[in-house]
Structures are given as C-alpha cells and as structure tokens.
Design a protein around this ligand. Structure first.
Ligand code: HEM
Length: 545
C-alpha cells in the first residue's frame, strides 16, 4: 500500500473534498429534489467534470449555451463538476426577474465570493443585501452625470498622450508601423481610471512600469498546468481549495499585493489632502461619515480599502472593449472609413463634449459601433449566482419539463446555481436574428449611415424583449448593474474617436486574421497562435493619405 506520507497536501485535500462532496450531494439531493422544476439538458461528458471538460466551455461558452438552447429549450440544466448542476436561463422574462432579485435571493457563488474576497477584499463587488446597498449608495455620487462630465477631459488627455507617442513612432513611417495595440489600450484605461477614480497618475502611457499592469499581464500569459486546471475546477465546489498554492493563485496573490499597496498609498495621500470628489474622496467621506452622524453611508476601513476592485472594474473591461473595437474595425475597413468620415465631419472634427458623447444623435455611427462591440464582445460572459431561498421565476414562453409537462414558470430550489449567459443572449440568432454573429453597427441606427433612408438592419422584437441597457446584458441588470456604465461609455467613445480620426488600422496579415481568447483575469482577445494577449495592428496616420 502506498504510504500516506507520499501524498502531497493538495492530494489529501482533493480526496477529502471528494468524500465531503458525496456527503453534500446526497444531502442536497434529498433537500431539493422535490422543489425544482425538472429540466432537460445535455448529458454529462465525464462523471467528474460534467460538461466543463469541453475546452469551449471556458473560451466560448456563449456558443455552447446557444446550441443547448436549440436542443433543450429556453431553460435547461447542465452537469457541472462532481455531479453539480447549473440552471441556465435563456428566457428574457426569467432573466430580468433573476437580475431584479440579485443580492437578496440570488447571491455570488461560494467560489466567486472566496475569489473576490481573497484577491480584492470585501468591497462592493463582494457585498450582498444591506451591506451592498449601503456601499453602493456611498459610491453612487462618484458616477453621477455631474461628476462624469468633469472626467471627459481625463479621457481625452489619455488619448492625446497616446497620440504623442504614436506620432513619434510613426514620424518616419509614411506607410505606417506595426503597433501592439492591446498594451496601449491597457495603458489608456489604467491611467484614466487612476486619475479619474483615485487622483493617482500611474504614468503607464509614459512608460512607467506598474506592478498592477505587470500582475494583470502575467495572468494572461501564465501557462496553467493540468494540476492547476483540475484544482481550479474543483474549487468551484470546494472554494477553500482556492488556498492551495498554484502558479495561477500565486499570480493572483501578487496582483492583490500590488493593488492593495497602490490603493493604500492613494488612500493615505487622499486622507492627508482632505476632501476631493474622485471615487477615493467619496470613500474617505463615507469612512468618516460615522463621526458626522451620517451613519447610513458609513464604510469600514476594510470596506474602503476593498474598493480597489474599482481598478479592475474600470481597467480590464474598458481596455478589452477598446481592443475589440480596433479588431472589428480592422476586419471591416469600409466601416472604419464610415466612422472616420462621420467623426471628421461632425462639428468640423472637434472632439465631442460629455453631452454629445452620451447621446446617439450627434455621432450615430460612433454610438452604433460602440454598442455593436459591447453586444458581440461582452467582457463578462455570464452571471452565475446561487439561490439563497426557494424561488419562482416567470417565463416569457412555456417550456417542456423533463417529465413532459408544459410550464409557464420555473421553480428554483434553495441552493440551485443559476446562470444568465450574457454572451449567448447578446449573440443568439433566436434573439438577434440570422446575422446575430456578424459585426453590423447599422443595426443600432434608424437611418442608413449618411442617408435619410430607413436602415434595413433593425433590432428585432425578440431582442427588445431583453430588459437591460439597450437590450444588452453586457452591463448586467438589476441592483448590481454596472455602476461605471456611463464612465465606460464616455471613455470608450472619447478614446475611440481620437484614434479613428487620427489613424487607420489594419491587420498586417489581412482582415481574415483569426482571433482567439487568452485567459487573463477576464478573457482577452489575441491573434491566433500568439503567446499572450497580443493584437499587433499596422497603424498609419490619417494625415499621411
Ligand atoms: C465596457 C466596460 C464595462 C463593462 C462591460 C462592465 C460590466 C459590468 C458588469 C457585467 C457588472 C456586474 C458584475 C457582477 O454582477 O458580477 C459590473 C459591475 C460593476 N462595474 Fe462595470 N463594466 C464596465 C466598466 C466599468 C467601469 C469603467 C467602472 C468604474 C470606473 C465599473 C464599475 C463597476 C462597479 C463598481 C460594479 C459593481 C456594481 C455592484 O456590484 O453593485 N465598470 N460591470
């Protein structure tokens, strides 16, 4: 017999986990069997991993969810790791009711809670219920229109800093030069959130090395071992396995260390300087509100420090979206030209102010391109939650249960994992029509670009059933809907318009260049086969034409 001594701590942890799991499964099955609506769904591919072993599950789950939807209906169940199940909602009414009940009935999974608490701390993204409501209320003024209007200049400053660097590089290259654009979008997004949110200039556009960027980037290139992958999957069931050191968790901890260090420095500076209106200023105000008798908004020092998660929220998502915009526009040169024409003709090519950026009237094609990118490439692919109590979700259309009954509502037992598959709903042909997978900004416009004629591609009635900002789930919905949506939209539009007015973008190997997803904190695009999340584009100055 192999002596126990030869097993590593991690092996013992896994064995113990499996035994504990069997106990839990039996307990859960007994508790929940009778309450949940029995649902159809794909068979398990593996007793241990369920459907999660399919590599597509972690790269393009949206397409898989859509395929299963076509086979099993608008609500189904999928087998996950170690016999766990997940209920997937493709029904618009069920989805909007699910989001409305976020932070009360539906809360973060034990895995995501552990992950967020360990990497970022117990801030807004971690909180539920009353604590979430209180933290969100304290932060909301930082995202008001009045506050954001002042920030437009920050976004333009970042975009023009980038322009100075690119102009220098391109000075002796009339035919343009190849530039790795994803890195630059990271720099723009990081410096912008640093200044706008925390009154801190990371200086990454000026080449200042940042431990935060380094930590984020190294996550995107970390080769994960089989052991690491298995542990990662198991930690969905046994969140405490997240504490077993692997290459990836070590890198995540490095990220936490750098973020905490920077956030603490910023906080200390801000506490010394007194009140300011940036996010960090409001946090400090909330921290001190007890003393002023405004206890309702009070945040503990731990909560204040945990809001460094805003760095992640404001940095990763926006830089990924800007990168996707450059990819889509390089794949469709005619659409890139249309956008440039509109931007150069609007107000004589002047940069738009906040009010013009926030409407679709002034630059309808810019607005359309931005929303089409957000539709096709939502940085967060799904919302997964656990029901804290038995619940009933109404459905837009009846479904046939596993036992052949037709039902108009869905019973969810306490403890059930439920998912709203954002990328699937945003790209589903059933929802968005036959050309759902194509990049067609025109679908967002009433008139065909540059004409008075009605646009042929329109948003179908099936998409209009989706509640949420512009029928997209990209910013989620309900009490947890993205607090930084308008921050993100104005930054996205301001930066993209400066780039497109000044440069032409194309893939060195042509518009058919294949793009795949690299694993980072969030999935990032990369040229197929490239090491790390790299998007090298040929960039040419517009004035060279
Ligand atoms: C294209 C850019 C962005 C997208 C697609 C996006 C998307 C999302 C999504 C889907 C959520 C819900 C997450 C969840 O429930 O687990 C969220 C939450 C959040 N986002 Fe964004 N986001 C973007 C940019 C930003 C920016 C720039 C900021 C801040 C400067 C920000 C701040 C937040 C915050 C604070 C939350 C937490 C809200 C809560 O829990 O109540 N986001 N975002």
């Amino acid at each position: 017999m192999t002596p126990v001594r030869q097993l590593g701590v991690a092996d013992i942890a896994i064995i113990a986990s499996i035994a504990y799991l069997i106990h839990l499964i039996i307990k859960r099955r007994r508790a929940t069997k009778s309450i949940s609506t029995p649902l159809k769904g794909p068979p398990s591919k593996s007793r241990i991993f369920g459907v999660t072993q399919d590599p597509q599950f972690f790269t393009d789950s949206g397409a898989l969810y859509e395929e299963w939807g076509a086979k099993y209906g608008s609500v189904y169940t999928i087998p996950m790791i170690l016999g766990r199940k997940k209920t997937v909602l493709l029904d618009p009414k069920a989805i909007s009711n699910f989001y409305v009940k976020e932070t009360s009935v539906y809360v973060g999974t034990p895995f995501s809670k552990k992950f967020i608490a360990r990497i970022f701390g117990k801030g807004l993204l971690w909180a539920e219920g009353e604590s979430h409501r209180r933290q969100r209320k304290a932060l909301t003024p930082a995202f008001s229109n009045a506050a954001l209007r002042r920030l437009t200049a920050v976004f333009y400053d970042s975009a023009y800093k980038l322009k100075t660097h690119w102009d220098n590089q391109l000075e002796n290259h009339p035919d343009g030069d190849v530039i790795e654009v994803q890195d630059w979008m990271n720099h723009v997004a990081l410096d912008s959130i640093g200044i706008a949110g925390f009154s801190h200039d990371f200086g990454s556009l000026d080449g200042k090395p940042s431990s935060v960027v380094h930590a984020f980037e190294s996550l995107g290139t970390a080769p994960s071992t089989t052991f690491g992958r298995i542990l990662f999957l198991l930690s969905f069931v046994f969140p405490w396995l997240f504490y077993v050191p692997t290459e990836r968790t070590n890198k995540l901890l490095e990220l936490r260390k750098s973020m905490t260090q920077i956030a603490n420095e910023m906080l200390a500076k801000s506490r010394r300087a007194g009140e300011d209106n940036s996010i960090i200023g409001l946090l400090i105000k909330a921290e001190n509100s007890h003393e002023k008798g405004e206890g309702e908004l009070h945040m503990t020092a731990e909560e204040v420090e945990a809001q460094n998660v805003l760095l992640l929220a404001g940095y990763e998502t926006t830089s990924i979206s800007l990168t996707w915009a450059l990819i889509e526009l390089s794949k469709s040169p005619a659409k890139q030209d249309l956008l440039r024409k509109e931007l150069l003709e609007t107000k004589g090519g002047q940069d738009a102010g906040w009010d013009d950026l926030m409407t679709s009237d002034k630059s309808p094609y810019l607005d359309a391109v931005v929303h089409e990118v957000l539709r096709l490439h939502p940085p967060l692919a799904e919302t997964t939650r656990v029901a804290t109590e038995d619940d009933v979700l109404p459905l837009s259309a009846p479904i046939t249960t596993k036992d052949g009954r037709e039902v108009m509502s869905l019973s969810i037992a306490k403890g059930t994992t439920v998912s709203s598959p954002i990328s699937c709903m945003n790209r589903s042909e059933l929802v968005w029509g036959k050309r759902a997978k194509e990049f067609i900004p025109e679908r967002w416009m009433e008139r065909a670009p540059g004409t008075q004629e009605a646009e042929a591609e329109v948003i179908p009635a099936s998409a209009k059933e989706i509640q949420g900002y512009r029928h997209l789930l990209t910013f989620s919905d309900g009490p947890r809907t993205c607090l930084g949506k308008n921050f993100a939209l104005s930054e996205f539009k301001a930066v993209l318009s400066v780039l497109i007015k000044n440069y032409r973008f194309e893939f060195p190997e042509g518009p058919e260049t294949k793009i795949e997803l690299a694993r980072g904190v969030l999935p990032r695009p990369k040229v197929e086969g490239a090491v790390g999340p790299k998007i090298p584009l040929r960039v040419r100055r517009v004035e060279e034409d």
